[in-house]
Design a protein around this ligand. Structure first.
Ligand code: TA6
Length: 293
């Protein structure tokens, strides 16, 4: 299908009705719906659909750099480039036996990109996106016989929540984190769950591979399962920062929460011929009970 600027999108739909939609601009997932057709990802009403800028929301891919700790644009170039569909992807057995629909997207270097990152011509980034009961993204980055290079990576996931003040994150307790609001100072999480009363912008280090985002009002829990992604970014801009963002409504911070499976603290280094894999599996399950425990 075509999208807002005539840019190709791929829609994955499973018989039970769940679906996902990914744009070839940036390889960005821009919609993930459950079997009842409810949208599970946040997209700003003021999102700017104007390539090369990434649209605010969904799941932008941050590569080869997270944030602005490097020489490249914020979060690297991958989310601002045109990707292609691999029509003959390597077959991979589905991990849980569920019927899945999938698509493989490729980011290949282009002539004019080679200037912005010395290794641009030496890597291939493949994202295998599949829908079963859950949404699975497997990114594979290969150094195709160039010089060794290193990178950081994140699935910059915008979850749709009913009211940020009714949301809690479980699984990051006791971890150290870098606080982007305090010059990336290294602190330790004290709480028994993360709740939100103000702007939060943190990189949790060495996080476990399962994180739960509980939306009390929607009686829904997002379960994040990750492999090869040791860190987790938690971000909500809150009111003041939202007002300074042209592509985010003043009140929209209440309906969004970024929890990004990431590899940030320690860059990933690839020698020629080596490949890295970062796997993300998202599911949205009804809260078993609505009691606060
Ligand atoms: O998610 C962490 C973060 O680096 C925040 O500091 C904020 O800048 C956010 O990403 C959004 O970045 P973007 O480039 O998508 O506006």
């Amino acid at each position: 299908t075509k999208d807002w600027n005539g840019i190709d999108q791929v829609v994955l739909r499973v018989p039970r009705g769940a679906s996902a939609r990914v744009s070839l601009h940036g390889g960005q997932v821009i919609s993930w719906r459950n079997e009842r057709g409810e949208e599970l990802l946040f997209t700003s009403n003021k999102a700017i659909f104007k390539p090369p800028k990434a649209m605010r929301g969904g799941i932008p891919i941050c590569f080869p750099q997270f944030g602005n700790c490097g020489s490249l644009e914020q979060h690297g170039f991958a989310r601002n480039k045109m990707w292609t569909i691999d029509n003959d992807p390597p077959h991979l057995p589905s991990s849980d036996g569920n019927a899945k629909v999938s698509v493989d997207l490729l980011l290949k270097p282009s002539e004019d990109d080679m200037k912005c990152w010395p290794h641009y011509f030496e890597f291939r980034l493949r994202v295998s996106l599949s829908m079963g009961g859950d949404l699975t993204m497997i990114s594979r980055i290969r150094n195709i016989n160039g010089k060794p290079f290193s990178f950081s990576f994140a699935y910059h996931t915008y979850f749709s929540v009913s009211d940020i003040s009714e949301v809690r994150i479980e699984g990051l307790e006791t971890l150290d984190y870098l606080d982007n609001l305090q010059q990336r100072e290294r602190l330790t999480e004290q709480g028994d769950a993360i709740t939100f009363e103000s702007e939060v912008d943190r990189v949790y280090l060495g996080s476990p591979n399962v994180i739960a985002v509980l939306d009390h009002e929607k009686k829904r829990t997002f379960v994040i399962r990750k492999e090869g992604l040791p860190d987790a970014v938690v971000w909500n801009p809150w009111e003041k920062k939202s007002k300074s963002m042209v592509d985010l409504g003043d009140e929209e911070y209440k309906q969004m929460l970024c929890v990004d499976a990431a590899a940030i603290e320690r860059s990933i280094n690839l020698k020629p011929g080596e490949e890295w894999t970062g796997r993300l599996e998202l599911s949205a399950v009804p809260n078993t009970c609505c009691c606060d425990h």
